[in-house]
Design a protein around this ligand. Sequence first.
Ligand code: GLU
Length: 562
Amino acid sequence: MKNQTTTNTGTGTRFAPSPSGDLHVGGARTALFCWAFARGRQGRFVLRIEDTDRKRSSGAAALGFLEDLDWLGMSWDEGPELDGSTRGEHGPYFQSQRLELYQKHLADLLDRDLAYHAFDTAEELDDKRRAARAAKQPYRYDRAGLEVPRDERIARAEAGEPHVVRFRTPDRPVVITDAVLGEATLPEGEVDDFVIRKADGYPTYHFAVVVDDALMECTHVLRAQEHFNNTAKHLLLQEALGFPHPVYGHLSLIMNPDGSKMSKRDKDKAVRAAVKQAGIEAPPEGSIAPEVFNAWIADKKAQLENTDLVRLAEALDVELPEINVKDFRRSGYLPEVLCNFLALNGWSPGNDLEKFDNAFLAEHFDLSRVQKTPARFDRDKLRAFNLDAIQSMTPREFRDKVHAHGEQFHPEFLNRLSDEQFDMLAEASRERSKTLDELYQGNRWLVVEDGDLSWPISKGVRKAMLKGEPRGLDLLEQLLPTLAGLEAFTAVALEGTITAWADEHCEGNLGKIAQPLRIAATGGTVSPPVFDTLAMLGRESFVARANGCIRALHEHAATMNT
Ligand code: GLU
C-alpha cells in the first residue's frame, strides 16, 4: 500500500479474497506469490474483494484482510485502501460495486443466445439432485430450462418471474493448462450449464471472476488448488465473452505436519484435548458460561466462538495453534519472517537457500519452482527462524518492536511498568526470545501487585527452598537484611554483593542463593537473569515479596511437619 511507482510491463496479478473470516496463512501465501510475481516483473498487483456472497461477506472482514496484507508488507498497486479510499484505474474493487459491469456482459451473452434465463424451482432441482444421488450418478443440470422457447423465457424474465441465468456450455472437452500442475482435460459433458447470475441478481463467483480478471487486465491468476476444476468454466466463459485467457497457476494447500488441513478446527481440538487432560467437568471460574461449555462438550462437532475459545484456552493455559495471519501477529512473529517462511512452504529458490527477504523473493520467484504437493507447516521451524531474526536485531530495535507489540496486545502490562523497568526487561529478554510475545507471557510476575504474588510449591520450588542443608529458605532469610540495606539496588551492585555473599556463605556456589532469590521475587523458577530480575522489581517490592515468601514457606513447612 505504500506509494510506489511501477512501470507496467503488462503483467498483472490479483489477490481476490472473499471477505468472510480472517486471512488464513494459506491465503497469505497466495497473496505473497501474486505480489512477488508482479513485483519481479514490474507488473501490477491488484487487490479485489469478492463480496458477492452477501450473507457471508462483511466490510469488517475486508478491512481485516487489508490490515493483514499491509502488516505483511505486501504493497498493492490497485484496490481499496486502508483509509477507505481507492487506488487504481480498474475500480471499483469490491465486486458488490461492479454489478452494472457484470450486467452489461451478461446481457451480451443473453443477446447472443450464449446464456439463458432458467425458471426451475428449488424443489425441482433438489428432486433431480436426489435422483442422481440415488442412481450414484454425478448431478449435472439437464438443460430443462431450454425446453421453454427463447421468446417466452425473455418475456417471463421481463415480467419479473424469479429465475437464474445459466451459461450455455459448449459440448466439447476442455483442456486446462496450468503453469504449476500441468495439463488436464475435462471430457465433454463434465461442465454443465452452470448458473452465472443468481436469483438475487448477483453474479456467481465464476462470472464475476472472469469479467474482473479481464477488465482488471490480470495476465496471471495464481490461486488455491480448490479452484482448479473451476478453471474449465472460466476458460469457456472467456471464450464466449471474447476475453483473453490468463496464465493459471494453482497452488497446493498448506497442511499441518500430520497431513491434516490447517483450519480453525485445530484450535478447538487443542482446547478439547486440554479439557480432557485436566479432567474437568465444568469451565474454570470466570472463563466461559457453563451452559456454553456443556453444550460444546456434549457435541464433539460443535466449535466454540472465538472469544470463548480464547478465554477457555487462557484459563487452561493452553496455547492455541496459529492458523490465521492475525494469530501469528498476536503470537509475536515478525512479518518478514512469516513471509519468508510462507514462501518456503511451496516454493524454494534452490541451492538449499532458506533465509531471504521479500525483495529477494520478488526478484527470484518463478512458477517453475512452485511445488505441486501440499507443504507441511512446521511451527518449530518458524519459531527457530523468528528467534534468529530477533537475535540479529540491535537492542534498540528489539526494544522498540517488543514495545510496539505490547502497545497493541498487552497495554495493561505496559501501563504497570516504568520506562526504565521496561528497558531493563527488554534487554534481559532479548537473547532468549523466540517471539515478541514471550516477554509478556513469561513475566507476569513483574506486573502483579506485591501482595497478590503467591509461591506455589512446585518440585523446583521445594528443591531450591526446602531441601538440603542449609535450606535455600534459610539462606534467603540470612541475606535479606543485607539486600534491604543496599545503597544502590542496581543489577551491578546486586551482582557484586550477592556474589561476595555466596563466596562466604555458600562456598562460592552462587546457584544456591540465586534460585531462592528468583523464587522470592517471582513466585516461580524461571525469569531473566537473577540480578536483572531483582533490579527490575526495585528494593521495596523485592523486600516485600521476599518477606511474603519467607512467611508462606515457613507456613507450608510447618503444615508439612504436623
Ligand atoms: N474469492 C475466491 C476465494 O477466496 C478466490 C477466487 C480466485 O482467486 O479466483 O477463494
